[in-house]
Design a protein around this ligand. Structure first.
Ligand code: ADP
Ligand code: ZN
Length: 619
């Protein structure tokens, strides 16, 4: 049961949305959630990244009397959110261990004297007795629990400090609580409701789809060239490149830097100061490519990440979706790209096998890995396959994934699979893919002749495919579990469960024909990933760049990330509308009253100058 409304709302949600945040209308289920909380009800908000969860607590906090208390797990995240709110004219502050004692004291004074509309705190701070006592003495508008999946042991970011948040219900009866997260598979979600004592809360969900993200998964061929092609589509834009190991992060970042990109490494093995500086540069500068292990990303709120690349296979579809979900929070076209090869499958399987965990946990992890491999090898629409994994039906043919762009042909690979299996069996299941392929293709290498394998009946039976073709076959057979890779035997291929049935012709094998990389290098068919077409035409690009430069100048002046001044979406719209007066500028989404006063003239000036100089057409 939700608490009955106790306070009449002081401000209207739509008016707040408009005047403070500059948005014209609520999106999706935002309005329902907002009105529910403004009315005093508890809410669980499960929207995907970029859907606009923040409005679901920020607007109610401004509508209701008292201070909104926001629990957030990361100091860096808090800092940016507070800055963004201040820019919008909201009295916001944060309490965390990074403050001096004077700063913390001043913030507590502000809280006590009712000067704060929103206060961000870490979970451990909130749960401390002193702080709860302080809160008991002031009007609290609501509690917002951000990244609420952190309370669940099933989630991937479990934080024991979150468990203490269960006390809020008893200590502050009648104060609405909003729990928000983007990642809530059914298990995590049930656990979250339980642990936060929110089983009576209204739950607001929307589709997990991220329509502005284009998905692409390619067989790894020449990874550096493939990465270079990807980056070329995103010149001047921010992106993340994920690698599995620290060493690969270092090597890749160094190589990209040599190639002239502003690429910086991030992993847990770097000095804290270096790591922080690199993260800061990524957040504050335009066009930084951050090369990172998965140590990077939790709580990163940067809205204009235009691409997320995986150079190695993640552990599961959940992990893949969370990591790629960091692209395009602002709703503008963005790209999720992954290159993978058979080595990844082997490595990931080994990581599971070698984990010190109960067998049933490993079984779940293997199943999750297999689901991810299914996504990689599917000939169907990637979006459809992804959403199906999260229990959502999608009609397919999304038009924004590689398999929709270039439909994948499948072919009957039964005979090819039999050839591989027989070559493998006849060589004693002791050799890796390279040697087996040499035998199939009839290449008498020294290793082949030393073992006498040129005399086998399978020697040379595989002339019909080239080396890359056989690699593709073997990769898919490994992904399907028909072949296994024996780690103790230095990566030897051995027969998997269904191998016998395949050899006997009882199990047909359908394989995908790997798209040739021509498709990827293609002449601009994927250009829309780099240039948000339909939002701004090419003619607006020059003006957009000028507006970005102005934004960077204003951000630098204040030492804040550029996106707290205005998001790309707002600048795009400015470039399209080319307003010449404050009233017209106020109609641009993202331009609230405070920002209009603060920055309006500066941006009008840029637009006017661009028109005078013929860089942009008059509106
Ligand atoms: P989430 O926390 O769900 O990932 P955010 O709250 O950061 O998403 O919002 C994502 C983006 O959507 C931000 O750029 C925000 O300004 C924008 N946004 C949120 N609500 C609206 C709305 N009603 N109209 C227009 N833009 C919105
Ligand atoms: Zn598709």
């Amino acid at each position: 049961m939700s608490a009955a409304p106790t306070l009449a709302p002081e401000r209207d949600p739509l008016e707040v949305l408009h005047s403070v945040f500059g948005h014209r209308a609520f999106r999706g289920r935002q309005e329902e959630a907002v009105r529910h909380v403004v009315g005093g009800g508890d809410a669980v908000v499960l929207f995907p990244t970029g859907a606009g969860k923040s409005m679901c607590y920020q607007v109610p906090a401004l509508c209701r009397a008292g201070t909104g208390i926001v629990v957030s797990p990361l100091i860096a995240l808090m800092r940016d959110q507070v800055e963004a709110l201040r820019q919008a004219g909201v009295a916001a502050a944060a309490l965390h261990s990074g403050l001096t004692s004077q700063e913390a004291f001043a913030t507590r004074m502000d809280l006590r004297e009712g000067r704060l509309e929103l206060l961000y705190v870490t979970p451990e701070r909130l749960a401390s007795d002193g702080f709860l006592d302080l809160l008991s003495g002031v009007p609290v508008a609501l509690f917002a629990i951000d990244e609420a999946h952190c309370v669940s042991q099933w989630g991937h970011d479990f934080r024991p400090e979150y468990l203490a948040l269960a006390v809020l219900r008893d200590r502050f009866p009648g104060v609405p609580r909003v729990a928000l997260t983007a990642t809530a598979d059914p298990q995590t979600r049930a656990d979250l409701l339980d642990r936060l004592a929110m089983n009576d809360a209204a739950v607001f969900t929307t589709s997990a789809d991220r329509p502005n993200i284009r998905y692409g998964i390619v067989p790894r061929d020449n990874p550096r060239r493939q990465l270079r092609d990807l980056l070329a589509r995103h010149r001047g834009q921010s992106g993340i490149v994920y690698c599995l190991s620290r060493r690969k992060v270092d090597d890749t970042a160094a190589w990209l830097a040599e190639e002239g990109w502003r690429a910086l490494p991030y992993h847990a093995g770097l000095d804290r100061a270096v790591r922080d500086a690199n993260q800061d540069a990524f957040l504050r500068e335009d066009g930084v490519v951050l090369v990172a292990t998965i140590a990077f990303g939790m709580g990163i709120d940067k809205p204009d990440v235009r691409f997320v690349a995986h150079l190695d296979l993640p552990s599961s579809i959940e992990a893949y979706y969370q990591e790629t979900g960091r692209a395009g929070r602002d709703g503008l076209p963005s790209e999720a790209w992954m290159a993978y090869g058979v080595g990844d499958v082997v490595q990931r399987r080994r990581m599971v096998d070698e984990r010190d965990a109960p067998e049933e946990v490993k079984r779940v992890e293997r199943a999750k890995l297999n689901a991810l491999l299914g996504l990689c090898e599917t000939a169907a629409c990637r979006r459809q396959t992804l959403l199906a994994y999260f229990g959502e039906a999608h009609p397919g043919r999304c038009g924004r994934c590689d398999t929709c762009d270039t439909p994948v042909e499948t072919w009957d690979g039964t005979v090819a699979a039999q050839k591989v299996l027989s070559a493998m069996v006849r060589t004693g299941q002791r050799y890796g893919a390279g040697h087996v392929i040499d035998v199939l293709r009839g290449v008498a290498t020294e290793k082949v002749t030393r073992a006498g394998h040129e005399r086998l009946p399978t020697f040379g039976v595989g002339q019909d495919l080239d080396e890359r073709g056989w690699q593709s076959v073997i990769r898919q057979l490994v992904a399907a579990g028909i072949l296994l890779v024996d780690h103790d035997e230095h990566g030897a291929l051995v027969a998997g469960e269904d191998a016998r049935a395949v050899l006997r012709g009882e199990r047909p094998v359908a394989l995908r024909r790997d798209p040739v990389f021509r498709a990827e290098r293609g002449s601009g068919r994927r250009r829309d990933a780099a240039r948000p077409a339909g939002i701004a035409g090419e003619g607006d690009d020059a003006l957009f760049d000028l507006l970005r430069t102005e934004r960077m100048r204003l951000a630098k002046e204040q030492g804040v990330p550029p996106y707290v001044v205005f998001h790309d979406t707002t600048l795009r719209e400015m470039a399209r509308l080319r307003p010449l007066d404050l009233d017209t500028l106020a109609a641009v989404p993202g331009v609230g009253e405070a920002k209009l006063r603060r920055y309006g003239d500066a941006f009008l000036e840029v637009i006017g100058r661009a028109i005078d100089q013929g860089l942009a057409a008059a509106p």
